[in-house]
Ligand binder design. Structure first.
Ligand code: SIN
Length: 191
C-alpha cells in the first residue's frame, strides 16, 4: 500500500449525518492538539499495543533518513491508554493530511476512565504500508530517533513529549519508556 493515505482515508469512512465523533490519539495526537475539539477525555482501547515501528519521512525524518513514530500493533488483551477528543467530522480533512504517511482510519471501541464506552476513530499504520519499519531492538530504535529530524522537528522531541504525556496520563508504556532511557543515554554519550 502506498504510504500516502489521504485519498484512501477520504473514501474509507463516511460521516454523513454525524455531527461529532470521538477520535482516539495514542501518539503525537496526545500532545500536539492542532485541531479544534468539543471535549477531551482520557481513554483506553483494548487489543492494541503502541510500538515505534512506523517510519516518518514527512514529520520527524526525511525520505533519506526516516525517523520512527508510533503505530498500534495487534496484541490480544493489551490495553493502550491515550486521549479521546470529540471532534466535528471536518477535523478529519486536516488530520488525514497530518497522518498521511501510512496511517489509515479504523473504528474502535473506547473505554473512558469512568468505565463508560463509546465508538471512535483511530489512525493506525498497518504493516503493509510502504513506510512501515517494524521491530528493532530498543537501543537501535533510540539511536535512529536520536539522529533523525524532519519538518516537524527532532524525532527525539516526539519521543520525549510522548513519554511525558503518558506519565501525565498515569500510564506505564514499557516500550516507550525503555526507548526513552536509551535515547537519554545516547544523547548524553553524544552517540
Ligand atoms: C496518534 O497519535 O494517535 C497517531 C500517531 C501519531 O500521529 O503520532
Amino acid at each position: 500500500m502506498s504510504a500516502n493515505t489521504i485519498e484512501i482515508n477520504r473514501a474509507r469512512q463516511s460521516f454523513d449525518g454525524v455531527s461529532a465523533i470521538w477520535l482516539f490519539g495514542y501518539g503525537s495526537l496526545i500532545y500536539k492538539v492542532d485541531f479544534p475539539f468539543l471535549e477531551q477525555r482520557p481513554a483506553t482501547i483494548r487489543g492494541w499495543q503502541r510500538r515505534f515501528w512506523q517510519g516518518s519521512h514527512d514529520h520527524r525524518g526525511t525520505p533519506d533518513a526516516p525517523g520512527r513514530v508510533v503505530t498500534l500493533v495487534e496484541q490480544p488483551d493489551a490495553v493502550c491508554k491515550g486521549m479521546a477528543y470529540r471532534v466535528s467530522p471536518s477535523v478529519f480533512e486536516h488530520l488525514d493530511v497530518r497522518e498521511k504517511n501510512g496511517y489509515l482510519r479504523f473504528t474502535t471501541r473506547l473505554t473512558f476512565d469512568d468505565g463508560c464506552h463509546g465508538d471512535g476513530v483511530v489512525y493506525i499504520a498497518t504493516e503493509d504500508n510502504e513506510a512501515f519499519l517494524g521491530h528493532a531492538p530498543d537501543q537501535d530504535i533510540a539511536r535512529q530517533i536520536a539522529g533523525a529530524a524532519g519538518p516537524s522537528g527532532p524525532n527525539s522531541e516526539y519521543l520525549l513529549r510522548l513519554a511525558d504525556s503518558l506519565r501525565q496520563l498515569g500510564t506505564e508504556c514499557a516500550h516507550t519508556f525503555a526507548i526513552e532511557r536509551h535515547l537519554k543515554t545516547a544523547l548524553l554519550d553524544g552517540d
